[in-house]
Design a protein around this ligand. Sequence first.
Ligand SMILES: [Ca+2]
Ligand SMILES: [Ca+2]
Length: 417
Amino acid sequence: MAPSGAPPNTTFPPLTTSYQPITIFTTAYPHTNSTLNPFAAAASNFINDLLNKIPLPRWAVYAIFVAAALLILICCLCICIKCCKRKKKKQNKKDEIIKMNDMNGKTTSALVQPDVTDVDYGTAKKERGKLLYSLDYSVAQSELTVGIKQANNLMAMDLGGTSDPYVKVYIIPDKIKTCETKVFRHTLNPVFNERFNFPIPKSTLLKSTVVMQVFDFNRFSKHNIIGELRVELGNVDWNHVIEEWRALAEPAKFEEENLGEICFSLRYVPTAGKLTVVILEGKNLKNMDITGNSDPYVKVQLALDKRKWRKRKTSIKRNTLNPYYNESFTFDVSFEQIQRVNLVISVWDHDAVTRNDPIGKIFLGCDASGNQLRHWADMLSNPRRPIAQWHNLLSAQQVNSTLTLKKRIPLASRMPF
Ligand SMILES: [Ca+2]
Ligand SMILES: [Ca+2]
């Protein structure tokens, strides 16, 4: 009879008792569900018990849960983003490797198959063009004939992608004369067909070199050299007529111009510590004056440890290219110093009004080379004997670049005692 007794219970007690069933209702509500899912009900009971045990208000517990969930979510997001980035990087690297492989492929193929234009030269040097020349020597007339036939694919020197070529021909070391072809305007493939004769004895011929230089003519500025050929006549087979195409080379750094020759003797006496230089004569010196001659004099300089040390000079011989001096200069050079000494011989043209100009220069000493070193060595190995020799003069620029002399040695240390 509980249901019949219950109504009086719910009606009679005051508000406080009627309030209680509501709280019971809320806790009892899951019970209605429990009939549907007993497992879920047990779980929710467990959670409820757990929450009741936590000494915090419910809202605080929920807030902590929400915050924790958010934190986990953010962490997951971060991990996802990182993973994506890594994948992208890997892909990029792969792409790069593929691209690099492509490029490597290109460079190797370029090395394996050079451009057709480079085949003749072996390297990717500047192409200057080719020259067809001929050589013919007449023993009866002691005459060399150099034929300048034509040039091909010359390097363009002018703005319009063209050149105004002409060819200079001369023979070294005895530069008797310099011949030139006509100038061909605006062409890279000129046909010259010109022949030049050089009187030259057979003995000199085999020691000489023909120089053929192709220039670009400019009306208002310096003519530029396009390229040159040097043919050593000692290596030529004179039994055949020589006619051949050759690729023009880069012009020699220092023009082997015929500046002339100088003859002097050297004598060294080790016991007395005396070096004697006798300037004998010059020949075929370069003409420096309008008269077609020069006024040559010779400077004799000593350097010790590459420092200017002592200096003397000859008299001036006026209006000649073949001066005769026979002037002697003696220097005190101890046996200990002779190994550290350089002798510099330079020939100058005297000018009354303007500055004197250098014609040519050479230097001797233990660090000299070729003919100059031989002369110096002959002097040292033949003490007390004067050794005379001819030398081809070089440009002062060339000698200065090889032998760089420092400032003059202070006077005090120049005194031997
Ligand atoms: Ca030009
Ligand atoms: Ca002069």
